[in-house]
Design a binder for this molecule. Structure first.
Ligand code: GLN
Ligand code: ZN
Length: 743
């Protein structure tokens, strides 16, 4: 079997998150650089061995990274920002770019397309000058593979994506395109010195976005030039189709294309031109970013269909993208319910699936696969879905009426002050939760401990004189996990970690089945907190879209349907809260914007069902119940109408770092509901002064009238310590009072 199957990368963090631990110890100074390198070597070897056992003849090389592949690429291209070039030690410079130090702020980090992986954003400008290229990392990993008997396929992020990720404007792209291409050419020339036929896979996920004519003409120039330097250079795109780019790339001398047929099924529209070209095509047929078993029978059919356009000797099959985005193995999952476990395939199991599929597809023999497992249906949930009517998605009264009733009901001053929900998650808080989870603490003792923390938090908020209080979220480890753990249809792995950034990993909930809420999830705590004060206590829920966007979601039904099911569960909670005296309820949609599809053509559909899910979860609120929501950003320019249609009475957003610049959109569109633009940045321990916050509040008042404004921090306070939290909130309330006095 020759190159019939391939992968674009393996989870480098390791089976037991070995890389995470080694990195953190290295940063702490308890592991030496040599030890770190030795571990990295071991991991690569192990991952290559796994790939080879699956039948992969060219294993992925240079998919490894100590922090991030885009950062590695900056080093390779000589694209380190000027501001780090005073650091002479290469390792120190690398980690300082990623993490900052006393004299350098870290480089910006942001999400890699629509995944939860974060890359380091290149810092380029029209006058940027590239330094020397460096093939050291790439070639040493390639040689390492070779010395151990592996043939490697070098994975490299491409020029279109590099420029795209830099968020360059046209001017910068124009100025930098030629010099950048020159750097890439030098890299490739140095690589092929080693062996003319080295396989080079250039990752260009940027081409899966909406591209314009100018970008496509640059694409042609780039790959005419780069592919001329290497006979084995292929281009990979993923997360969507890339038909516009495919039409260009088939006319360049590249050897092949690697396309995503899971998340980019529309790539099928290019089959005809691919068939007519001489290109080798790798079909990404197994989902590289979700955790469910592949439907092998169905995949085989897709492949056979593709083979009617492209002869099998010009086809390979693979994962839809790098396996970086899925956990490592199922074999250490001892506690997962077997009915859930049978549905899953992590990286190791995905390799096995690939082998099976390749055997069936390329051998031409008739192979029957085991039946694809199905989740059981929850009839009650289905009934409820069937019974939904348009009224369930609509509040009973318009905002103007609700606003007046809230005014009478809560009797708050102008510019009401509040927080976003969580208070510091100290070591003590975490210890209480952990001990309870391990069974070291009884339910009664746990409840007592929680109540004590809530009481202290409420007393503190009263002492600071905040107008609207929260209970503090001490019972929550994570805003999605907390709800997932209490809902039917969710499961949790023990080791299902995926890299989020650097050494950070997350373990997303597994949304495998029909979702329902067996009993109230937050009522006990909110009710207790409300019993301690006469001020309004905000109930605190996570919204359906955010729960969905931060989970691994079943792929046997549309995401929209899963969102509707979660929405019903949250709706029940909203109703329980309001019927038990909690009439101000915040439904967080921190990740609403993250779910936006990569391509414009799919946006309207997402907006519709995401919006509907939020509405379904909140529209049960009575006229007197005030619904808040919170979002962790404020770039609303192109989605402000959708945000407005969510019909939340109050929305708090993150604006402290942008001043009131981003807020103008609320004014310009005549946004009617109330807004709480964060007045200080909770991502830093810095305590802004009273004057500073006064200035900030005055700036907000220039954009929005006082009766529409709330005063709050930017986001939840769980990552902060108590001392800075106290100081900042005292200043925030004082600043608000001073401004109020002038109104
Ligand atoms: N209520 C949550 C908190 O305060 C919101 C967190 C978030 O927006 N990410 O922690
Ligand atoms: Zn937030």
């Amino acid at each position: 079997m020759n190159n019939q199957i391939a992968v674009l990368g393996f989870p480098r963090i390791g089976e037991k998150r070995e890389l995470k631990k080694a990195l953190e110890n290295y940063w702490k100074g308890t592991t030496s650089l040599d030890e770190l390198n030795a571990l990295a070597s071991q991991l690569r070897l192990k991952h290559w061995t796994l790939q080879r056992s699956a039948g992969i003849t060219s294993v992925a090389v240079n998919d490894f990274s100590f922090y991030d592949n885009t950062l590695d690429l900056m080093i390779a291209l000589g694209a380190q920002p000027q501001r780090f070039r005073d650091i002479h030690d290469a390792n120190q410079r690398y980690f300082t770019m990623a993490r900052g130090d006393a004299t350098h702020t870290a480089m910006e980090m942001t999400k890699w397309f629509n995944t939860n992986y974060h890359y380091i954003v290149p810092e380029l400008s029209a006058t940027f000058e590239f330094g020397e290229i460096s093939t050291q990392k790439i070639l040493s990993e390639y040689r390492e593979a070779q010395e151990n008997g592996f043939k490697g396929a070098i994975q490299l992020i491409g020029p279109m994506t590099f420029l795209g990720l830099s968020r360059c404007d046209t001017l910068v792209t124009h100025a930098l395109f030629d010099p950048l291409l020159e750097q890439y050419s030098k890299l490739i020339r140095e690589i092929v010195v080693l062996d003319m036929n080295i396989e080079i896979v250039i990752h260009e996920p940027f081409l899966s976005l909406d591209t314009n004519v100018r970008q496509l003409s640059l694409l042609k120039i780039a790959y005419d030039q780069l592919a001329a330097l290497s006979p084995s250079l292929s281009v990979a795109t993923y997360f969507e189709h890339s038909n516009e780019a495919t039409a260009v790339l088939v006319h360049t001398p590249i050897k092949g294309l690697i396309l995503d047929f899971v998340h980019g099924q529309k790539n099928g529209e290019s089959l005809e031109i691919l068939g007519k070209s001489n290109k080798h095509v790798t079909i990404g047929i197994i989902d590289g970013r979700n955790v469910w078993k592949n439907n092998l029978q169905q995949s085989l059919q897709t492949l056979e269909h593709i083979a009617t356009y492209i002869p099998k000797d010009r086809l390979s099959i693979g994962m839809s993208c790098s396996l970086l985005h899925v956990p490592y193995t199922l074999k250490n999952e001892e506690k997962l319910d077997s009915k859930v476990k049978v549905l899953l395939a992590f990286s190791e199991e995905k390799l096995e699936e690939l082998t099976l599929l390749a055997n069936a597809f390329f051998s031409g023999e008739t192979i029957t696969f085991p039946a694809h497992p199905k989740t059981s249906v929850d009839e009650a949930v289905q009934k409820r879905l069937d019974a939904l009517t348009s009224n369930d998605f609509k509040r009973s009264h318009p905002f103007s009426v609700r606003q007046m009733s809230a005014h009478d009901h809560f009797n708050l001053p102008l510019l009401p002050t509040t927080t976003i929900g969580s208070f510091p998650q100290t070591a003590e808080v975490r210890k209480v939760r952990q001990e309870f989870k391990k069974g070291l603490l009884s339910k009664d003792a746990y409840d007592e401990a929680m109540k004590e923390m809530i009481a202290a938090c409420v007393a503190f908020q009263e002492s600071v004189d905040l107008d609207v209080l929260v209970h503090g979220e001490f019972e929550r480890n994570d805003m999605v996990e907390y709800f997932g753990e209490q809902l039917n249809g969710f499961a949790f792995s023990q080791n299902g970690w995926v890299q989020s950034y650097g050494s950070r990993c997350v373990k997303p909930p597994l949304l495998y089945g029909d979702v329902s809420r067996p009993k109230a999830m937050t009522l006990q705590w909110s009710q207790y907190a409300q019993s301690l004060t006469t001020r309004p206590m905000k109930g605190m829920l996570t919204g359906p879209v955010t729960i969905l966007n931060w989970s691994f979601v079943r792929d046997d039904q549309p995401r929209s349907l899963c969102a509707t099911q979660i929405a019903l569960a949250i709706r029940d909670e909203v109703d329980d809260l309001q019927n038990n005296g909690i009439t101000m309820i915040q439904v967080d949609e921190a990740a609403f914007k993250e779910g936006y599809p990569l391509r414009r053509e799919n946006r309207a559909l997402y907006e519709q069902w995401a919006l509907d899910s939020f509405l379904l979860s909140t529209a049960v609120a009575h006229k007197e119940t005030q619904i808040h929501t919170h979002m962790c950003y404020s770039e609303f320019t192109d989605i402000i109408k959708t945000i407005e249609s969510m019909d939340a009475d109050v929305i708090s957003i993150e604006t402290s770092r942008s001043g009131n610049r981003l807020l103008r959109i609320f004014k310009e569109t005549g946004y009617a509901q109330e807004v709480g633009p964060g007045v200080y940045d909770i991502h830093s321990p810095r305590v802004p002064s009273v004057e500073e916050m006064q200035t900030q509040i005055h700036a907000l008042l220039e954009v929005l009238p006082a009766k529409q404004l709330w005063i709050n921090p930017d986001c939840g306070l769980k990552t902060r310590g108590w001392s800075e939290t106290k100081a900042a909130l005292v200043n925030m309330v004082e600043a608000t009072k001073k401004v109020r006095a002038t109104l």
